[in-house]
Design a protein around this ligand. Sequence first.
Ligand code: ZN
Length: 251
Amino acid sequence: MRILVISDIHANLQALEACLAAFPAHDVVWNLGDVVGYGANPNEVVARVCELGSVFVRGNHDKACSGVGDLAGFNPVAAMAALWTQKNLTPANLEWLKALPQGPVKPDDSLDLACVHGSPEDEDEYLINVHDAAEPLTHPVAQCTFFGHTHLQGGFAMNGTGVQNLHPSYRYVNQAETIELQLASGTTYMINPGSIGQPRDGDPRSGFALYDTDAAVVHFYRLPYDIAGAQQNILDAGLPPRLAERLSGGR
Ligand code: ZN
């Protein structure tokens, strides 16, 4: 089975459209949350992800923007964007966001795979470094758990020798690129497909991943998109300009 794993679209329609046109052949789509928040096109993005598939976990922005969660932990810019999003979502999309399930979700009983937004223990926790990843890898909910939230593509692996950081290192900055990661048996993984709508690893290209279960290979992707268009939509919507600026640098 070929599982397309996507996360953190953040209402960035230009990024999602570019990805939709470039997604590799896949059987199912697993969405790790933060469909909305920050970007200017939440309704259009919700419509498209609903067409893509039915496996979701909710993200902290999905909660805040739909009123399930509060704005605790949100900086002023993120909070402004969440309130803007809440005001601009259609009632149907608001209800859809409210109903998104909390991770971990194990979408397929025949596969030792799980989906979370932050970490299995706490959907709002950031797994940024090997120290953060030690606990979920020591007591894993699956051999491989897909997570988002940090907007940092890559992840972590643990075998007998400790926790290792997995960081795809690409050669280019402005063209589509793919990097493969072969998973090993006897090793547990936390894999982050990267963020489609607001990458934060210094690479402004959209990130996503495909997991081929037969080959046990994760394919990481980076894809350029119309950043200027997404920025213009953010400014036209009256959202904080900082949310437009950060897309250029991937920060
Ligand atoms: Zn996010």
